[in-house]
Design a protein around this ligand. Structure first.
Ligand code: FAD
Length: 390
């Protein structure tokens, strides 16, 4: 990042996380990817640096900071190990923030200190087998009987689901009400009738666990409902709107790693008697990569700044996520191109960057959903049909 984009304290955070990522994350990322294995060392390292507590008040055991700090840390973690950065997002900007922003004081005290220290991992469960983009159509039910809600249904593609001690889960009390029937709950690991099944075989982000969650009459005490009944959908959309800023930063980190590998390679690899960096077509590819990464970084930091200042930011967050994710896909694809045949093999890190980047235009709202959100700001309400925003 350019110096003017960050203040002194933020530059220190960036340098600390970058150093950690270079030393601890990047050298092990390939092996974790091949084994499809969550790296506890990476997690513990992030926790020791306080990254798992970013965005949470120090009074609750957190590290403080806002979306700028989360974005700075996320970019650097993703540059070292994108899979570790997905697990961090699900914990930090999805689950912990839902409890932090919508939980009552008792719930915050019950959950956040252990989460902020990284001792308890969080997961955030909205998507269901029937669909993710149309989140208001979710089918998992929550029926109130006595002091408990009883959850029935299933979730899919849930990051950290089989590691999490605390899971924020969205369920409906009345499907016919669509978004207005949905509430948010905290389900504890080991709750009756709850199980998490690992989903194997992802293209990328392989060291970040992705899971199916099943609820069969799972009791959740009323005291574990977050906020008001029937407001869960609004909470989910608010959290997704802001977490997209952090995902945009993740995309910048992945693209940056692919760009740096490409710059190095173009000076080592020779073709037609000279380093390929001498060929103008290659220079143009590097120039486009650098330009797009720069634009994506500025867009994500601008959205983070708006959010931290309490200013309208939803449009900017969607634009940042849309642009940064498509940039990550383009840049990593061109990085493979620059590496030629070697880029197609696992011995080159760009093969992994390319696979890791691909999901970023899909989760936390597909590119199509981002365009819907942005179009909604452009066109008057009566010109648009209502659509959800996951
Ligand atoms: C690795 C990974 C991790 C994930 N982690 C989590 C997690 O922690 N928690 C969680 O809740 N979810 C998570 N997800 C789920 C993710 O958010 C969803 O996959 C995503 O929202 C898309 O939903 P879907 O897969 O059901 O696709 P669908 O909603 O079925 O969409 C299929 C296609 O149709 C398009 N489409 C849908 N509606 C429209 C429309 N109105 N206009 C135009 N095009 C449309 C979509 O853009 C997409 O191209 C994760 C997914 C992955 C792959």
């Amino acid at each position: 990042m350019t110096d003017l984009l960050l203040n002194e304290e933020e530059r220190m955070l960036q340098a600390t996380v970058r150093d950690f990522a270079d030393r601890e994350l990047a050298p092990r990322a390939q092996e974790s990817d091949e084994r499809e294995e969550f790296s506890w060392d990476a997690w513990k390292g992030m926790a020791a640096l306080g990254l798992t507590g970013l965005g949470v008040d120090p009074g609750l055991g957190g590290s403080g900071g806002g979306y700028r700090q989360m974005a700075i840390a996320e970019e650097e973690v993703a540059r070292g190990d994108a899979a570790a950065s997905v697990s961090l997002v699900a914990h930090m900007s999805l689950s912990a923030q839902t409890i932090y922003q919508f939980g009552d004081e008792e719930q915050k005290l019950r959950y956040l200190p252990a989460m902020a220290r990284g001792e308890a991992i969080g997961a955030w469960a909205l998507t269901e087998p029937g669909g993710g983009s149309d989140a208001a159509a979710l089918q998992t039910t929550a029926e109130l009987r006595g002091d408990n809600y009883y959850l029935n249904g299933s979730k899919i593609f849930i990051t950290n689901g089989d590691l999490a001690r605390f899971l924020v889960v969205f369920a409906t009390q009345d499907r016919s009400l669509r978004s207005r029937g949905i509430s948010a709950f905290v389900v504890n690991e080991g709750a009756d009738g709850f199980r998490a099944n690992a989903q194997h075989g992802k293209m990328g982000m392989r060291a970040s666990p992705t899971t199916e969650l099943v609820f069969q009459g799972t009791p959740v005490p009323q005291s574990d409902r977050l906020g008001e009944e029937g407001r869960g959908f609004n909470y989910a959309m608010d959290i997704l709107d802001s977490s997209r800023i952090v995902i945009a930063a993740q995309c910048v980190g992945i693209a940056q790693a692919a760009y740096e590998a490409s710059v190095r390679y173009t000076q080592q690899r020779e073709a037609f008697g000279q380093p390929i960096a001498q060929h103008q077509a290659i220079q143009f590819m590097l120039a486009d990569m650098a330009t797009e990464i720069y634009a994506a970084r500025v867009a994500s930091m601008h959205a983070a700044t708006l959010k931290d200042h309490g200013l309208p930011y939803v449009n900017e967050a969607s634009m940042a996520k849309l642009y940064a994710s498509e940039t990550a896909v383009r840049v990593t694809s061109n990085a493979v191109q620059i590496h030629g045949g070697y880029g197609y093999f696992k011995e080159s890190p760009v093969e992994r960057y390319f696979r890791d980047a691909r999901v970023t235009t899909i989760y936390e709202g597909t590119s199509e959903v981002q365009r819907l959100v942005i179009a909604r700001q452009i066109l008057p309400e009566h010109a648009l049909q209502s659509t959800s925003r996951n």
